[in-house]
Design a protein around this ligand. Structure first.
Ligand code: GLP
Length: 258
Protein backbone atom coordinates (compact mmCIF):
# COMPACT_ATOMS: atom_id res chain seq x y z
CA UNK A 1 0.00 0.00 0.00
CA UNK A 2 1.29 3.45 -0.89
CA UNK A 3 1.66 5.78 2.07
CA UNK A 4 1.23 9.51 1.64
CA UNK A 5 4.48 11.31 2.50
CA UNK A 6 4.22 13.61 5.52
CA UNK A 7 4.60 17.26 4.59
CA UNK A 8 7.83 18.89 5.78
CA UNK A 9 7.63 20.47 9.22
CA UNK A 10 6.88 24.15 8.79
CA UNK A 11 9.20 26.80 10.20
CA UNK A 12 6.24 28.36 11.96
CA UNK A 13 4.12 26.96 14.75
CA UNK A 14 0.75 25.47 13.78
CA UNK A 15 -2.12 25.26 16.26
CA UNK A 16 -5.41 23.62 15.42
CA UNK A 17 -8.56 24.56 17.34
CA UNK A 18 -12.05 23.22 16.91
CA UNK A 19 -13.88 26.10 15.24
CA UNK A 20 -13.76 29.86 14.50
CA UNK A 21 -14.64 30.85 18.08
CA UNK A 22 -11.84 28.73 19.55
CA UNK A 23 -9.41 30.19 17.00
CA UNK A 24 -10.55 33.70 17.91
CA UNK A 25 -10.12 33.04 21.63
CA UNK A 26 -6.59 31.73 21.06
CA UNK A 27 -5.63 34.78 18.96
CA UNK A 28 -7.18 37.21 21.45
CA UNK A 29 -5.30 35.54 24.31
CA UNK A 30 -1.98 35.96 22.49
CA UNK A 31 -2.69 39.63 21.75
CA UNK A 32 -3.85 40.23 25.33
CA UNK A 33 -0.69 38.59 26.70
CA UNK A 34 1.47 40.78 24.43
CA UNK A 35 -0.43 43.90 25.55
CA UNK A 36 0.00 43.05 29.22
CA UNK A 37 3.71 42.34 28.75
CA UNK A 38 4.27 45.57 26.79
CA UNK A 39 1.53 48.21 27.28
CA UNK A 40 3.18 50.41 24.61
CA UNK A 41 2.82 47.61 22.03
CA UNK A 42 2.83 48.45 18.33
CA UNK A 43 0.05 46.20 17.08
CA UNK A 44 -0.95 45.43 13.48
CA UNK A 45 -4.54 44.43 12.79
CA UNK A 46 -6.48 43.16 9.77
CA UNK A 47 -10.08 43.40 8.68
CA UNK A 48 -12.20 40.47 7.56
CA UNK A 49 -14.59 37.84 8.84
CA UNK A 50 -11.85 35.88 10.62
CA UNK A 51 -10.95 38.94 12.69
CA UNK A 52 -14.50 39.73 13.86
CA UNK A 53 -14.73 37.20 16.72
CA UNK A 54 -11.16 38.10 17.74
CA UNK A 55 -12.25 41.73 18.13
CA UNK A 56 -15.33 40.68 20.13
CA UNK A 57 -13.08 38.73 22.49
CA UNK A 58 -10.69 41.70 22.86
CA UNK A 59 -13.62 44.06 23.53
CA UNK A 60 -14.87 41.68 26.20
CA UNK A 61 -11.44 41.40 27.83
CA UNK A 62 -11.21 45.20 27.82
CA UNK A 63 -14.70 45.56 29.32
CA UNK A 64 -13.69 43.20 32.13
CA UNK A 65 -10.64 45.37 32.85
CA UNK A 66 -8.22 42.64 31.77
CA UNK A 67 -6.50 44.67 29.04
CA UNK A 68 -5.99 48.31 28.11
CA UNK A 69 -5.04 49.82 24.76
CA UNK A 70 -4.41 53.27 26.26
CA UNK A 71 -0.65 53.28 25.62
CA UNK A 72 -0.40 51.10 22.52
CA UNK A 73 -0.44 52.02 18.82
CA UNK A 74 -2.61 50.21 16.30
CA UNK A 75 -1.79 50.05 12.58
CA UNK A 76 -4.28 48.68 10.06
CA UNK A 77 -2.52 46.38 7.62
CA UNK A 78 -4.34 47.53 4.48
CA UNK A 79 -6.98 49.86 3.03
CA UNK A 80 -8.84 50.15 -0.25
CA UNK A 81 -7.97 53.05 -2.52
CA UNK A 82 -10.95 55.07 -3.67
CA UNK A 83 -13.01 54.80 -0.47
CA UNK A 84 -13.08 57.58 2.12
CA UNK A 85 -12.52 56.62 5.79
CA UNK A 86 -16.24 57.26 6.39
CA UNK A 87 -17.38 54.87 3.68
CA UNK A 88 -18.99 51.85 5.42
CA UNK A 89 -16.99 49.53 3.15
CA UNK A 90 -13.63 51.07 4.06
CA UNK A 91 -11.32 49.23 6.41
CA UNK A 92 -11.07 52.40 8.55
CA UNK A 93 -14.82 52.16 9.13
CA UNK A 94 -14.65 48.39 9.77
CA UNK A 95 -12.01 48.80 12.46
CA UNK A 96 -13.77 51.75 14.09
CA UNK A 97 -17.12 49.93 14.21
CA UNK A 98 -15.87 46.52 15.25
CA UNK A 99 -13.07 47.40 17.64
CA UNK A 100 -11.88 50.95 18.13
CA UNK A 101 -15.14 52.54 19.28
CA UNK A 102 -15.38 49.90 22.04
CA UNK A 103 -11.89 50.18 23.55
CA UNK A 104 -9.72 52.85 25.19
CA UNK A 105 -7.26 53.43 22.32
CA UNK A 106 -6.78 57.19 21.83
CA UNK A 107 -7.72 57.91 18.20
CA UNK A 108 -4.40 59.58 17.43
CA UNK A 109 -2.74 56.24 18.20
CA UNK A 110 -4.63 54.56 15.34
CA UNK A 111 -2.96 54.58 11.93
CA UNK A 112 -4.34 53.55 8.55
CA UNK A 113 -3.47 54.60 5.01
CA UNK A 114 -5.99 57.11 3.69
CA UNK A 115 -8.12 55.48 1.00
CA UNK A 116 -8.80 58.81 -0.65
CA UNK A 117 -5.15 59.80 -1.04
CA UNK A 118 -4.50 61.55 -4.35
CA UNK A 119 -0.91 60.26 -4.40
CA UNK A 120 -1.12 56.62 -3.22
CA UNK A 121 2.64 55.98 -3.29
CA UNK A 122 3.28 59.08 -1.18
CA UNK A 123 0.54 58.01 1.23
CA UNK A 124 2.06 54.51 1.45
CA UNK A 125 5.47 56.07 2.18
CA UNK A 126 3.97 58.34 4.87
CA UNK A 127 2.28 55.37 6.55
CA UNK A 128 5.47 53.27 6.38
CA UNK A 129 7.44 56.10 8.00
CA UNK A 130 5.01 56.37 10.92
CA UNK A 131 5.30 52.60 11.45
CA UNK A 132 9.09 52.74 11.22
CA UNK A 133 9.22 55.61 13.73
CA UNK A 134 7.41 53.28 16.15
CA UNK A 135 10.08 50.62 15.52
CA UNK A 136 7.87 48.35 13.35
CA UNK A 137 5.34 45.81 14.59
CA UNK A 138 5.79 44.20 17.98
CA UNK A 139 2.79 42.00 17.38
CA UNK A 140 1.07 41.51 14.03
CA UNK A 141 -2.23 39.68 13.60
CA UNK A 142 -3.18 38.74 10.03
CA UNK A 143 -5.95 36.90 8.22
CA UNK A 144 -5.21 34.62 5.28
CA UNK A 145 -6.60 35.18 1.79
CA UNK A 146 -8.01 32.21 -0.10
CA UNK A 147 -5.14 32.74 -2.53
CA UNK A 148 -2.59 32.76 0.30
CA UNK A 149 -2.30 36.54 0.53
CA UNK A 150 -1.26 38.34 3.70
CA UNK A 151 -2.81 41.82 3.99
CA UNK A 152 -3.00 42.64 0.25
CA UNK A 153 0.30 41.01 -0.71
CA UNK A 154 -1.01 39.03 -3.63
CA UNK A 155 0.54 35.95 -5.32
CA UNK A 156 3.75 36.91 -7.08
CA UNK A 157 4.77 39.49 -4.45
CA UNK A 158 8.51 39.62 -3.93
CA UNK A 159 9.84 38.90 -0.46
CA UNK A 160 11.35 42.35 -0.05
CA UNK A 161 8.23 44.27 -1.14
CA UNK A 162 7.57 47.12 1.29
CA UNK A 163 4.40 49.12 2.05
CA UNK A 164 2.97 50.32 -1.27
CA UNK A 165 -0.09 50.64 -3.45
CA UNK A 166 -1.13 47.45 -5.23
CA UNK A 167 -3.59 46.12 -7.79
CA UNK A 168 -5.78 43.37 -6.36
CA UNK A 169 -5.79 39.84 -7.70
CA UNK A 170 -8.94 38.51 -9.45
CA UNK A 171 -9.32 35.88 -6.72
CA UNK A 172 -9.29 38.60 -4.05
CA UNK A 173 -11.83 40.70 -5.94
CA UNK A 174 -14.09 37.64 -6.19
CA UNK A 175 -13.68 36.75 -2.49
CA UNK A 176 -14.49 40.31 -1.37
CA UNK A 177 -17.22 41.07 -3.94
CA UNK A 178 -19.85 40.21 -1.31
CA UNK A 179 -19.30 43.62 0.28
CA UNK A 180 -20.17 45.57 -2.90
CA UNK A 181 -23.44 45.85 -4.82
CA UNK A 182 -21.83 45.94 -8.26
CA UNK A 183 -18.32 45.22 -9.59
CA UNK A 184 -18.06 48.91 -10.57
CA UNK A 185 -18.23 49.93 -6.91
CA UNK A 186 -15.45 47.57 -5.84
CA UNK A 187 -11.98 49.14 -5.65
CA UNK A 188 -9.31 47.22 -7.51
CA UNK A 189 -6.45 49.14 -5.87
CA UNK A 190 -5.31 49.26 -2.26
CA UNK A 191 -2.45 50.24 0.01
CA UNK A 192 -0.92 47.37 1.95
CA UNK A 193 1.93 46.78 4.33
CA UNK A 194 4.60 44.74 2.55
CA UNK A 195 6.07 41.31 3.11
CA UNK A 196 9.18 43.19 4.31
CA UNK A 197 7.28 44.78 7.22
CA UNK A 198 5.60 41.43 7.97
CA UNK A 199 8.95 39.64 8.17
CA UNK A 200 10.34 42.42 10.40
CA UNK A 201 7.50 42.04 12.92
CA UNK A 202 8.66 40.60 16.23
CA UNK A 203 5.67 38.25 16.36
CA UNK A 204 3.19 37.26 13.64
CA UNK A 205 -0.12 35.51 14.31
CA UNK A 206 -2.06 34.29 11.27
CA UNK A 207 -5.59 32.95 11.73
CA UNK A 208 -7.56 30.97 9.15
CA UNK A 209 -10.98 29.39 9.51
CA UNK A 210 -13.32 27.54 7.18
CA UNK A 211 -12.81 25.10 4.35
CA UNK A 212 -12.36 27.90 1.77
CA UNK A 213 -8.92 28.50 3.31
CA UNK A 214 -7.87 24.82 3.27
CA UNK A 215 -6.19 24.93 -0.18
CA UNK A 216 -4.10 27.96 0.86
CA UNK A 217 -3.20 26.33 4.18
CA UNK A 218 -2.19 23.09 2.45
CA UNK A 219 -0.06 24.99 -0.06
CA UNK A 220 1.82 27.04 2.51
CA UNK A 221 2.47 24.02 4.73
CA UNK A 222 3.65 21.89 1.83
CA UNK A 223 6.23 24.22 0.38
CA UNK A 224 9.24 26.30 1.19
CA UNK A 225 8.62 30.01 0.61
CA UNK A 226 7.21 30.46 -2.90
CA UNK A 227 5.90 33.66 -4.43
CA UNK A 228 2.70 31.93 -5.62
CA UNK A 229 1.61 31.56 -1.98
CA UNK A 230 2.71 34.74 -0.15
CA UNK A 231 1.98 33.38 3.35
CA UNK A 232 4.57 30.63 2.80
CA UNK A 233 7.21 33.29 3.47
CA UNK A 234 6.48 32.87 7.18
CA UNK A 235 8.38 29.57 7.13
CA UNK A 236 11.43 31.84 7.51
CA UNK A 237 10.05 34.00 10.32
CA UNK A 238 11.56 33.80 13.81
CA UNK A 239 8.23 33.89 15.70
CA UNK A 240 5.18 33.15 13.59
CA UNK A 241 2.23 30.96 14.33
CA UNK A 242 -0.69 29.80 12.23
CA UNK A 243 -3.89 29.19 14.18
CA UNK A 244 -6.43 27.12 12.25
CA UNK A 245 -9.80 25.61 12.83
CA UNK A 246 -10.35 22.03 11.74
CA UNK A 247 -12.00 23.00 8.45
CA UNK A 248 -9.09 25.23 7.41
CA UNK A 249 -6.52 22.71 8.63
CA UNK A 250 -7.46 19.76 6.44
CA UNK A 251 -5.25 16.68 6.31
CA UNK A 252 -1.85 18.32 5.85
CA UNK A 253 -2.02 20.57 8.90
CA UNK A 254 -3.27 17.68 11.03
CA UNK A 255 -0.21 15.70 9.97
CA UNK A 256 2.31 18.37 10.95
CA UNK A 257 0.90 18.86 14.44
CA UNK A 258 0.95 15.14 15.35
C1 GLP B 1 -8.88 40.48 2.86
C2 GLP B 1 -7.93 41.48 3.57
C3 GLP B 1 -6.98 40.77 4.47
C4 GLP B 1 -7.76 39.74 5.23
C5 GLP B 1 -8.10 38.61 4.29
C6 GLP B 1 -8.99 37.52 4.89
O1 GLP B 1 -8.89 40.63 1.50
N1 GLP B 1 -7.18 42.31 2.72
O2 GLP B 1 -6.32 41.71 5.31
O3 GLP B 1 -6.97 39.24 6.28
O4 GLP B 1 -8.60 39.11 3.07
O5 GLP B 1 -10.32 37.94 5.03
P1 GLP B 1 -11.44 37.02 5.69
O6 GLP B 1 -11.06 36.84 7.12
O7 GLP B 1 -12.73 37.78 5.52
O8 GLP B 1 -11.44 35.74 4.95
Amino acid sequence: MLERASPPAPGFRVEIRQGPQEVANAVAELIAADLRARPTLTLGLPTGSTALPVYSALIEAHAKGQISFAQCSVFAVDEYLGLSPDDPRSYAHFLRENLLSHIDLPLDQFHIPCGCATDPQAEAARFAEVLLARGGFDSLFLGLGRNGHLAFNEPGTSQDAATRSVRLDQATLAANSRFFRTPDEQPSLAITIGLAEIMSARRVIVAATGSAKAPAVAAILASLPVADWPASILAGHRDACLILDQDAAGQDAAAVTQ
